[in-house]
Design a protein around this ligand. Structure first.
Ligand code: BDP
Length: 309
């Protein structure tokens, strides 16, 4: 087969340098250059230079962007399996989540991605997501009453906020700070590294550790780009992606700790899970589960996730 010429693959990333995800993409870059002796390079377009997540995902599907790093929750509209994995309180632990992604369920995600024109390269940790608010801490279900809560563009999260009694406001990540400043939203939710790196901790200083979801990050390459690579290049890209994900696993916990320390030092008020009274939340979760588990197969899938040791 003819040798494929040296090329740059553009990777769209919304986070700025210094974020643990960007650090992991730098590992991807150097590992790939090393494995292909510079023949294949990843150019990380950080800070949203190549568009927001929804735009990047659309371009990957259309084959006009090589690689996107997005939060898996953003793919829920196109991939039924993602709706299931976005359900709150699904994973018992980070280890549980990884075993699910690396098992049968991961294969289903892969095949659903392929149907819409993308290949899953790897996943990255994203910790757990919790709510944060401007005026007062969220400590119980009653605190959601009338609250305008920014969510990612995912039907599951819109429904979660509605169930809790708040008003969901869908906004791209880069518009959240402005919406807080203009008083258009009262709350949002994210993991601690993103809460801090985005500067949201300065605008909404009450962070309440309810840890309602744990949806990983995903690295997807367009089918068009994938098919334009030689088999050796595909293997190098997969292997470099796996190395960057492994490296990220070692960086994540530290990034959470450092971000939390910074937020606290600069005035964020953290409410621990033990100080929150979210009793009754199971009732809302059940309603959400029954809406999204639409048939026997989906039920089997969710049960097999829950049964994964
Ligand atoms: C961050 C994820 C990013 C999400 C963002 C958000 O890394 O991919 O899209 O949250 O809330 O933690 O939009």
């Amino acid at each position: 087969m003819a040798q494929v010429a040296a090329k740059d693959l553009v990777l769209a990333e919304i986070h700025p340098p210094g974020h643990v995800i960007v650090q992991s993409e730098e590992v991807l870059h150097s590992k790939l250059a090393e494995l292909t002796k510079g023949e294949l390079q990843v150019q990380v377009k950080h800070s949203g230079q190549a568009g927001n997540e929804a735009q990047a995902w659309d371009k990957v599907k259309a084959g006009t962007l090589d690689i996107a790093r997005v939060n898996l929750a953003m793919l829920a509209k196109d991939m039924p399996a993602v709706k299931l994995v976005s359900l709150p309180y699904l994973f018992r632990s980070r280890e549980h989540m990884w075993r699910v992604l690396e098992g049968e369920f991961g294969k289903r995600i892969q095949s659903e991605a392929e149907k819409v024109g993308a290949v899953v390269l790897t996943y990255y940790d994203s910790g757990t997501r919790s709510f944060y608010s401007t005026k007062q801490p969220i400590r119980s279900l009653a605190d959601f009453n009338g609250l305008r809560v920014r969510v990612q563009d995912s039907p599951v999260y819109k429904d979660l906020i509605l169930q809790l009694g708040g008003t969901p406001v869908v906004l791209p990540y880069d518009k959240v700070g402005e919406a807080f400043q203009k008083g258009e939203i009262d709350a949002a939710e994210n993991n601690v590294p993103s809460y801090v790196s985005s500067g949201h901790y300065k605008l909404a200083k009450h962070y309440s550790f309810d840890e309602h979801s744990a949806v990983p990050e995903v690295l997807v390459v367009s089918r068009k780009t994938w098919q334009g690579l030689s088999v050796a290049q595909q293997q190098a890209l997969s292997s470099a992606a796996a190395s960057s994900s492994a490296q990220m696993k070692t960086l994540w916990a530290d990034s959470e700790l450092q971000s939390l320390a910074k937020a606290k030092k600069e005035g964020a008020v953290i409410t621990d899970k033990s100080r929150m009274s979210m009793s009754g939340i199971e009732g809302f979760a059940v309603k959400l589960y029954s809406k999204y588990i639409t048939d026997r197969d989906e039920l089997e899938t969710v049960l097999s996730i829950l049964r994964t040791k």
